[in-house]
Structure formats: structure tokens, C-alpha cells
Design a protein around this ligand. Structure first.
Ligand code: ZN
Length: 283
């Protein structure tokens, strides 16, 4: 199994998974079809299926165009709002592409119909992979827009956090640096956060992706997977895991805002002056 990491838009990742024996390929989160098809052509593979993690524009907007260019293409996901969806998947459902197995894991929180995809290859020593979209990111997670804190806890800690530690995590956005800066605020004495942060700064300077990380690594520095750890509880002032997670989500959102140079009103005004104000699109 080969995974091509394809950076698109401002900071999104699109992925192409290749079954190396049959040369069949599966795409994850198609935002820019042209870019994907270039790579499909260069690799000489046959793209049969799109796995969409959730309905947001920056993860699904290329589906319709891709179906137009490749009639018969199957578009799968767990949310009816996903553009050009062929069939809605259920939690726990398993798919098969040659020797590659896919287990569909419903991971609500960011959106209610968010699906993560756990892939492994038969009779292959390579570690498995999970495509976690905006549910689990490197050192963080997507903002909680639709689910409850309890749902998010189940998705992150119980569903994704219990996958084999060697699993490679491929997420939807390059937000690693900001996530680690927040992780350092939560756990200033965690050496794993410190080490990963200086590594991520170097990656950022070199302009190379920080994906993937293994789940085992993530468990050492990602505060959203560490809600049962004493320093994380202390930071939030809560004990129950869902309460800890709830405070972390709110703190992370205000941390993001504090880091932004302009007030929202000022940004809107500037955008208006430059004629850039269009329909707001959620990430
Ligand atoms: Zn999203």
C-alpha cells in the first residue's frame, strides 16, 4: 500500500492510496480534482473510489467534477450532505480494494457525519493507516462544530485512540505547529511536546508536511488524546474526560483567535474593500 500526500488549498491534505499489485487507487477527500488526476496519470493507476471524511467544502468540493471526468466513480461517506455521494456508509462497515481492507469508523464531533477510515493490507509488514480528516489532527483535533463533548471524547479517545499504536495517522489539515503551541500551553513540562514542536518548526521552515505521525506518538503529546492525564486535567480544572475535552476545545478556539493579528470586524472591512467578501465557507 502506497500513500501519496497531496497538499492543496491553503493547508488541506488530499490523499491517494495505491494497491500496488492491482494498481487500483482510492482517493481521500478530493478538493482539487485536476491535481489528483495528474498524480493518478503519473502513477498509472486506476482510480475507482473516493472516501470522503466529511461534507465540508474543503474536503468534498471536488467530488462532482471528478465524477463528471470519471463516470462510474464511487463516492463514499457517512453524511448525506457530502457532494455527489453514491452510497452512505455505516459505522463498522468494511470495504476491500485488492489486498487493502478498510474499516469505516464514525467519529462525530467536528461534524455529526464524520467518518474516519482505518486501512491495512493483508500479508504485509507495513503498519496500518488511519485517515482521520478533521476528527484527529497532528497534536490536535478539528473544532467541535456539531457534536457533543461526550461524542467527541468517544471519537477521539475510544474509537481512534485505541487503534494499534503503530497506526500512521493522516489528517485533513496542516495545523501541526499551532496545535503544538497550544499543547505546550496545556502541558508546559511535557518533553514530548517540546521535542515535537522544535521538529515541526523545522518542517515548517523547510515547507514539508508533518503528516503522518504514529498514533503511539500522538498519545504522548496530543492533549485531546490525553484527557485522563493529570497535567491536562489540572489545566482545565475538570476531572470527567468529556468535561476536560470540552474546556480544551474552548481554550483551543480562543488560543486561535488570540494568535490572529486583526479583529474580525477589521478583516471583514478589508475584505469588503477588496471585493473579496463571498459566501462564508466552513473548514
Ligand atoms: Zn471540516
Amino acid at each position: 500500500m502506497k500513500v501519496k500526500v497531496i497538499p492543496v488549498l491553503e493547508d488541506n491534505y488530499m490523499y491517494l492510496v495505491i494497491e500496488e499489485r492491482t494498481r487500483e487507487a482510492v482517493a481521500v477527500d478530493v478538493a482539487v480534482p485536476k491535481r489528483l488526476l495528474e498524480i493518478v496519470g503519473r502513477e498509472g493507476v486506476s482510480l475507482t473510489t473516493v472516501l470522503t471524511t466529511h461534507h465540508h467544502w474543503d474536503h468534498a468540493r471536488g467530488n462532482a467534477e471528478l465524477v463528471r471526468l470519471l463516470p462510474g466513480l464511487v463516492v463514499l461517506g457517512a453524511d448525506e450532505r457530502i457532494c455527489a455521494l453514491t452510497r452512505r456508509l455505516a459505522h463498522g462497515e468494511e470495504l476491500r480494494f485488492g489486498a487493502i481492507h478498510v474499516r469505516c469508523l464514525l467519529t462525530p464531533g467536528h461534524t455529526l457525519g464524520h467518518m474516519s477510515y482505518f486501512l491495512w493490507e493483508e500479508e504485509c509488514p507495513d503498519p496500518p493507516a488511519v485517515f482521520s480528516g478533521d476528527a484527529l489532527s497532528m497534536a490536535g483535533c478539528g473544532s467541535r462544530l456539531e457534536g457533543t463533548a461526550q461524542q467527541m471524547y468517544q471519537s477521539l479517545v475510544e474509537t481512534l485512540g485505541t487503534l494499534p499504536p503503530e497506526t500512521k495517522v493522516f489528517c485533513g489539515h496542516e495545523h501541526t505547529l499551532g496545535n503544538l503551541e497550544f499543547a505546550q500551553k496545556v502541558e508546559p513540562y511535557n518533553d514530548h511536546v517540546k521535542a515535537k514542536l522544535s521538529w515541526a518548526k523545522q518542517r515548517d521552515e523547510d515547507d514539508v508536511p508533518t503528516v503522518p505521525a504514529t498514533l503511539g506518538e500522538e498519545l504522548l503529546y496530543n492533549p485531546f488524546l490525553r484527557v485522563a492525564e493529570e497535567p491536562v486535567r489540572e489545566f482545565t480544572g475538570k476531572v470527567a474526560p468529556a468535561d476536560v475535552l470540552d474546556v480544551l476545545c474552548r481554550e483551543r478556539a480562543s488560543f486561535e483567535r488570540a494568535a490572529e493579528p486583526l479583529q474580525p470586524q477589521a478583516r471583514a472591512l478589508l475584505a469588503l474593500q477588496w471585493g473579496l467578501l463571498s459566501t462564508p465557507r466552513q473548514k
